[in-house]
Ligand binder design. Sequence first.
Ligand SMILES: Cc1cc2nc3c(=O)[nH]c(=O)nc-3n(C[C@H](O)[C@H](O)[C@H](O)COP(=O)(O)OP(=O)(O)OC[C@H]3O[C@@H](n4cnc5c(N)ncnc54)[C@H](O)[C@@H]3O)c2cc1C
Length: 413
Amino acid sequence: MKKSVAVIGAGLAGLRCALLLKEAGIDVHVYEREHHVGGRMKTEKVDGFLLDYGFHVMQTAYPTSQRTFDFEKLGAQAFEPGAIIVQKKKKKAKFWRMADPFRRPIQGALSGMNRFASPLDLLRVARLRFAVTKGKTDQVFEGGNKDALSYLKQQGFSQSIIQRFFHPLFSGIFLEDDLRTNERMFRFVFRMMSKGNMVLPRGGIVAAPNQLAQRLGEDRIHLNSDVSIIDDITLDINGQTKSFDAIVRAFNANQINEKRHVWTLHFDAEHSPLKSRHVLLNGDVKINDGLIAHLAVPSDVQPEYAPVGRSLVTITVVGGRADSLGLTEAPEIEEAVRKEAKVWFPNTSLNWRLLAIQHIEHALPEVGSERPLLATPQVQDFECGDHMLHGSVEGALLSAEAVANAVVVHLQV
Ligand SMILES: Cc1cc2nc3c(=O)[nH]c(=O)nc-3n(C[C@H](O)[C@H](O)[C@H](O)COP(=O)(O)OP(=O)(O)OC[C@H]3O[C@@H](n4cnc5c(N)ncnc54)[C@H](O)[C@@H]3O)c2cc1C
């Protein structure tokens, strides 16, 4: 008889783990308390716009994503490598393009020269890129275990390039305002951005977990299931007791304690404010009372994100940054965002219509320098999810794979 396994949680980790167990010949069932799969990777439809839960992208270079997703079937479209940086000069906005700070860092940083990067900074960017892209991915998890800011300072980067480039980019990725994230995570993300593309699937970010759910089969996923664990093999599901050969917990029971939070504002715009498919980084975010970390126009990359003739503008405000400026309520965040965007786009931003303002609390697990960040997760009690490794699609998938392997060994299938 087939062994049976229950997976609690239909986020990316739960779905990936369940798929691997199914492929191993196990009778697997996923229980999810929400009415949808995908967990934090979700998309809402508002007035014909696709609004992801936060600014959410997939990285084509993530090794586990490559073996998990069919990017072609997802219709994935890429942002331009590099970024546009905006900075206020005498109350006016100045924009310039970092050609490609990741794959062509020297040319990329050259475009920032005389503005915020010294020739020595350029050499250091080149050296950093060489160091993080050589060898195997696991190597970036070796060596120092400090926070990202100390690491950048140790590498000799100037205050200017840290504040104007590294800070807006990485605070918007790590969803924290101090660059306190473990330097190993910084090296990992820098490597991935250097090697691959940042893409959006057709149909919103939820298309990624939906692809896994489809492969798993609807009959194996039980939505609206409020589950509590009785013991290692028994669950209470909506008041009914059910036993399995093993139970996998694919959720973070301590999520409520995770401090990283983010405000995401989605606007309906008549035209895209950007001339290219780049992400716009706010070079003033750590200076001059800046608030916005970055701005993107998902509909420039994936037209399905907006109705024909409209553009979707998505703005990210890191929660810790808003807190430090004393902004804690949606109306004041919107007002401050509009004020900042008005300097950048004085003629058009006034007409932007707010579609949604999302305050995403407990967004990512803390991955600081308080404990060594490893390349692979350590399996404990068949628990998986990004909190078991690091807060990213890759962290969630890797931890799911490790737990699926451990369950297969445990059940001797
Ligand atoms: C705003 C934001 C932006 C992000 N951007 C990126 C990005 O650009 N790139 C990137 O790589 N990563 C990004 N991430 C991180 C990425 O989304 C997560 O790492 C990943 O989705 C985590 O998946 P998970 O399965 O571990 O957890 P979750 O998605 O949290 O899934 C856990 C699931 O378990 C369910 N559950 C919990 N308790 C129970 C219970 N008792 N019974 C039944 N079900 C239960 C929950 O409802 C949920 O569906 C972002 C995250 C956020 C929040």
